[in-house]
Design a protein. Structure first.
Length: 448
């Protein structure tokens, strides 16, 4: 059994040599040459903090403290390159893995990446074996800093085929909230993403309790055939097609069920002037030169209804019953059982048509337009039932989303004032208002 003991001692000795010898071999003398060569290729200044070789657990080289660009557009804490030693004698050198730890990528770097990638060989040229073949890339604690948002930190794994093509890829956020898996298909890349307790890193700060996205991406765009989200107490299911050649194009549809509209408005950065459970079936499209312009050029149409909610900032009942009041129902609220209609959004202008509001003895219908500046215009025809008698009062809509105003039409106010003067308040006011409305409709005049 002595040979086993001797073999063990030999293995331990080899392991110790592999672990200790690199500390006596300095590679820092090569740093200036590497910095100069890479800087010349990328036409950007490159700095390297240290360069070290090690033998365990596998022979590898570690480069630390890397920065690229005059304003440090790319920063890397550490890069570890593990080669296949046997391939060093072949025409194609094989790198088993490149591990990148602490990558920080800025918007400036993303804009320059296309210029750093070498152009493909011209058609007709004989194919040559690659000088280097890479098998896998690992990213840990990566961060992407865009102009108005930050993505990450996240970990990523890329497995490459023998020809350099992608075999599979995965991206997982460090908190585990987002997971994305990518696998090549003949016509593109299959995408399977899921998230829990996750918020959009760019655009509106929409928070998803759960999100599932499945689709196919190509160099020209992506088609997501399944989008399912649980958010703000409800569900959203839909489809989306995105193109990114010559700007950004998107079109899609969705089914919204029982989503709390107040929380959604807050996430979208809009005034929280309504609460209740939203149901809708939007169809939308947009074509923009830049992703940040999508909201400005969005076109959307949908029927909708909101159940058991409140209109904040305006009291429709007060505006309809206080005909000579000057506050326009401002500052109150209107509780409703149901609010339904049709919404059309075109380049920031929102048109609410076929509105139907039911709030106990109060009902209203009409049309309202909201400008890109959130200015209101339109008309509501209200009806209040008391003691089996219905009183109808048309109201002009004005003001803004933050401060809406509802005033009776000029004909209604004039008639109410005349009736009050002749017959007194109460019956005289009501009869005068009706006469004013009749005269207004007879002559085709809509008071402002």
């Amino acid at each position: 059994m002595k040979w086993i003991t001797r073999a063990g001692l030999i293995l331990v000795t080899v392991a110790l040599l592999l672990a200790i010898v690199p500390f006596f071999i300095s590679l820092d003398d090569y740093i200036p040459t590497i910095e100069k060569e890479v800087s010349a290729r990328l036409k950007e200044p490159v700095k390297i903090g240290s360069l070290r070789a090690a033998g365990l657990p596998l022979p590898h080289v570690t480069v630390s403290g890397i920065t690229l660009g005059k304003t440090e557009d790319i920063k890397v804490g550490k890069v570890t390159v593990t080669p296949d030693l046997w391939s060093l004698l072949d025409a194609t050198k094989v790198i088993k893995s490149i591990d990148i730890d602490g990558l920080v990528l800025t918007q400036k770097a993303i804009d320059k990446i296309a210029a750093w990638i070498p152009a493909d060989a011209k058609p007709g040229q004989p194919s040559q074996p690659p000088a280097v073949r890479l098998e896998s890339i690992k990213l840990d604690d990566a961060l992407i800093k865009l102009q108005k948002a930050t993505i990450g930190p996240f970990d990523a794994r890329l497995n490459l085929a023998g020809d350099g093509g992608l075999e599979s890829a995965s991206i997982v956020s460090r908190d585990g909230g987002l997971k994305v898996f990518v696998k090549p298909q003949r016509s593109g890349y299959l995408i399977d993403a899921s998230a829990k307790g996750w918020k959009l890193p760019v655009g509106p700060e929409i928070h998803f309790d759960e999100l599932v996205v499945k689709g196919l991406a190509t160099p020209k765009g992506a088609s997501f055939s399944e989008i399912s989200a649980r958010l703000y107490g409800g569900m959203v299911n839909g489809r989306l097609v995105v193109g990114w050649q010559k700007g950004v194009q998107l079109k899609g549809s969705a089914n919204v069920s029982q989503v709390e509209i107040g929380a959604l408005l807050k996430a979208l950065g809009k005034p929280q002037n309504m609460s209740g459970r939203l149901n809708a079936r939007p169809v939308f499209s947009a074509n923009a030169a830049d992703p940040e312009q999508i909201v400005d050029v969005l076109r959307l149409e949908t029927p909708f209804n909101v159940q058991g909610g409140v209109l904040h900032g305006v009291d429709i009942r007060k505006a309809a019953t206080s005909l000579i009041s000057k506050d326009g129902g401002k500052g109150g609220e209107t509780r409703f059982d149901k609010l339904s209609g049709h919404l059309n959004v075109n380049r920031g202008t929102r048109r609410l048509t076929r509105l139907d509001i039911v709030s106990g003895s109060l009902s209203a219908d009409g049309n309202v337009t909201i400008s890109p500046r959130d200015e209101l215009s339109g008309r509501l025809n209200t009806s209040i039932t008391a003691a089996s008698v219905a009183a109808a009062v048309p109201l002009n809509v004005s003001g803004t989303l933050d401060s809406p105003l509802l005033f009776p039409t000029s004909g209604t106010v004039a008639g109410a004032a005349a009736g009050t003067a002749v017959l007194g308040p109460g019956l005289g006011t009501a009869l005068g208002a009706r006469v004013g409305q009749w005269a207004e409709s007879l002559f085709g005049k809509k008071g402002e």
